[in-house]
Ligand binder design. Structure first.
Ligand code: FE2
Length: 350
């Protein structure tokens, strides 16, 4: 396994790069905008393909790189369902999984530092964002923070993990790099409490100043969605309402770009076929499924995904592959459901 803990010294942020092998798929957690060039070089050096860029929450102390990485690498941006960002490619909730080839993250909803804080468990280690830090915990005094909720996230979720679980936080200001659940249970001064109220009393009396970057970082981190004007201007978008008329048309094929887990959870548009977004390039090339389908039948391809971001990128990729009669459902399944249109159960095989 490739596992890299990268550090931004300005914001003291840890960023994690994970891949199961060289020449394989990679994901990154909590990347920092100023480090994008370093990440891109590292992907190259390690010969990995970035598939998913994930933030544990909307950060207040640095600008996220997940939007910039999507623009550079066409990767999938991922955040939790409670994040107030304009658009990400994929949203996850408690109990969901985030997968790339050879790697699975279990999603744990851990509100408290913010109301959109998530932790990710990967086998022997947990990425705790700003919920559990080494010998500390994330402040709870802004961005809908809540010390009682954080107590619950800590004591009823993270601290219930096996004591040997490695703890990898989003920040450290002292130079520590990793801890364990057992070590934090014993040595973290904030955790030596006997009740939620006792914990809240500590957290509510920290009297911290706001992060220097907060007024810049939070608005920037809330506006990370893909710019789609170009695709719209080229006629590459249809509204979900208009897309309803395309189902069952013989000259059209709807292509779902979401992961298997999303399809199982949310359902699929009836009659659509499945091409996971990470496999798209192979399907659009000469000899690929979609390329040959269009060549043989002349059908129009209508891509869709969860929120219309992967599908907009797919339209761009299809144009680049020389396919012209291609569009996507703006706003994705999210917009589709809001029109009142039906979905059918999704499975591996359809
Ligand atoms: Fe934070």
């Amino acid at each position: 396994m490739i596992f890299r803990q990268l550090f931004d010294s300005v914001s003291s942020t840890y960023t994690y790069l994970i891949a199961s092998r060289r020449a394989g798929e990679a994901l990154i957690i909590d990347p920092v905008l100023e480090k994008v060039d370093r990440y891109l070089k590292l992907f190259d050096e390690l010969d990995v393909k970035l598939i998913k860029a994930i933030d544990t929450h909307v950060h207040a102390d640095h600008i996220t790189a997940i939007g910039a990485l999507r623009d550079h690498t066409k990767c999938i941006t991922v955040m939790g369902e409670h994040s107030a960002v304009d658009t990400v490619s994929m949203r996850v909730a408690e109990g969901d999984t985030i997968t790339i080839e050879g790697t699975t993250l279990q999603v744990i909803y851990t509100p408290g530092h913010t109301d959109d804080s998530y932790s990710f468990l990967m086998n022997d280690r947990v990425f705790t964002g700003d919920t559990l830090l080494i010998r500390g915990t994330g402040r709870t005094d802004f961005q809908n923070g809540d010390s009682i909720a954080q107590y619950d996230s800590l004591f009823n979720k993270l601290l219930k993990l096996p004591v040997e679980t490695l703890v990898y936080p989003a920040h450290d200001y002292k130079g520590d790099t990793v801890s364990t659940i057992g070590e934090e249970l014993l040595c973290n001064p904030r955790l030596q409490v006997t009740s939620a109220n006792e914990y809240a009393a500590i957290m509510n009396n920290l009297n911290l100043t706001n992060p220097k970057m907060m007024d810049v970082a939070v608005p920037a981190n809330l506006a990370i969605g893909l710019r789609q004007d170009d695709i719209d201007a080229r006629g590459g978008s249809v509204t979900a309402a208009d897309a309803r008329a395309l189902v069952d048309r013989d000259d059209t094929v709807l292509v779902d770009l979401r992961d298997v887990a999303e399809r199982s959870k949310e359902g699929v548009i009836p009659g659509s076929v499945h091409t996971p977004y990470p496999e798209l390039a192979a399907h659009l090339g000469r000899g690929g499924l979609l390329y040959e389908l269009v060549r043989a039948t002349g059908k129009r391809i209508v891509f869709y995904c969860a929120y219309g971001e992967r599908s907009a990128m797919a339209v761009g990729a299809a144009y680049d592959a020389g396919l012209r009669d291609v569009c996507h459902i703006k706003g994705g399944i999210d917009a589709w459901v809001k029109t009142g249109a039906a979905l059918e159960p999704g499975s591996d095989s359809n």
